[in-house]
Design a protein around this ligand. Structure first.
Ligand SMILES: O=C[C@H](O)[C@H](O)COP(=O)(O)O
Ligand SMILES: C=C(OP(=O)(O)O)C(=O)O
Length: 363
């Protein structure tokens, strides 16, 4: 007997249903409130109703849930302290898009060793999400696999569609149905139009292939996501975090009828993936912030220990605790300093806006 089916498939492993995993690791009522409230706060920052600065900060990728939680325990009190000026959302990224192969994140390969125990990855991810929420921190994720959001998105307050998938119809459709604001990165080559187009498509209701709560293949119909917005992350031609880049992107977004406030990623091609440079970029953004009204938020890649390390068969058992195995990150000490610098700049911008409003009211 010959067959034309699945000639290159070696295995199908059935996943637990999203509903059963959520039942195993449920969100408490307090955590549901936190997710709902923080999603609304992000939306209000994007619309300008909330004049604080959104800061999406945390490891490039989670490879060690204990170290990520350790990081969250340090971030949570700082986030609370700076909450008048910043809305801090922690990067808890489980899915990594790779340029030319490599480890694809904790959900895909929680053992970091090519064993790809995805069911364990989903459980580990969900447990960490609930632990981070328990500390009072809202969560940011990149969504990469079209079905994985069903397992984790209820815990997420800000989502990204990454540079490598911003042109993908599958990801744009997915964003149209996600319950939180979604940032579309500009393309790896620096192309802004792909992010604008992503926002346009995501704003509209879509019909596409997906999975329902029971994990059953389904046709998904969505309302559209009005909070889809642009994230500037630099490109092959260089960085794009300067005030003129932000103003240009904002004008382009406004013309296209999408959210015109912008998030800037201080990492990736805006800092040439150099964590030392990332702190300089964040400093420049802070300096310009009072005169950059269209800037809604900043993304930082940060972990406990500065820099990055290679994940290989040789290093797997002796990895440095709290250091990134993907992109280089700011260390905790520098992160704390940068967050305070951004809070001060955001405070100055808020005071300036209030002064202008008072002056207008007095006229
Ligand atoms: O943020 C992470 C990385 O920039 C992205 O996943 C690509 O990484 P790579 O170029 O090392 O594959
Ligand atoms: C992969 C990421 O970024 P980008 O899509 O901008 O490369 C990321 O933020 O982890």
């Amino acid at each position: 007997m010959t067959t034309t089916r699945n000639q290159r498939v070696t295995a199908f492993t059935t996943l637990p249903s999203p509903a059963s995993l959520r039942e195993e690791f449920p969100l408490s009522e307090a955590n549901e409130d936190l997710v709902t409230r923080s999603r609304a706060e992000v939306e209000h920052i994007l619309s300008g109703e909330d004049d604080r600065l959104l800061v999406v900060v945390g490891p490039c990728s989670v490879h060690d849930p204990e170290a990520a939680l350790d990081y969250a325990r340090r971030l949570a009190p700082v986030a609370r302290e700076l909450a008048d000026d910043l809305l801090v959302v922690m990067r808890v990224y489980f899915e990594k898009p790779r340029s030319n192969g490599g480890w694809k994140g904790l959900i895909n390969d929680p053992g970091l060793d090519g064993t790809h125990d995805v069911v364990r990855g989903l459980r580990t991810a969900r447990r960490l999400l609930t632990d981070v929420l328990d500390l009072g921190l809202p969560i940011a994720c990149e969504f990469l696999e079209p079905v994985s959001p069903q397992y984790i998105a209820d815990a997420v307050s800000w989502g990204a569609i990454g540079a490598r998938t911003t042109e993908s119809q599958v990801h744009r459709q997915l964003a149209s149905g996600l319950s939180m604001p979604i940032g579309f990165k500009n393309g790896p080559d620096g192309d802004l139009q792909s992010a604008v187009d992503g926002c346009i498509v995501a704003r509209r209701g879509q019909v596409f292939f997906g999975a329902d709560d029971e994990g059953q293949a389904a046709v998904v119909a969505t309302t559209g996501n009005p909070a889809a917005h642009i994230v500037l992350r630099g490109g092959r031609g260089g960085p794009n975090y300067a005030p003129e880049h932000i103003a240009g992107a904002s004008a382009k977004a406004a013309t296209a009828g999408v959210v015109s406030r912008i998030v800037v990623d201080a990492s990736h091609a805006n800092s040439d993936k150099d964590h030392v440079r990332q702190a300089i970029v964040a400093h420049e953004i802070a300096e310009e912030l009072p005169a950059t009204p269209a800037l809604a938020g900043v993304m930082l890649e940060s972990f406990l220990v500065p820099g990055r390390q290679d994940l290989t068969d040789e290093t797997r058992s002796s990895l440095v605790y709290g250091q990134s195995v993907t992109d280089a990150c700011l260390g905790w000490g520098e992160t704390d300093r940068v967050l305070r610098e951004l809070a001060e700049a955001s405070g100055a911008r808020r005071a300036g806006v209030r002064e202008l409003a008072d002056a207008a009211a007095a006229r």
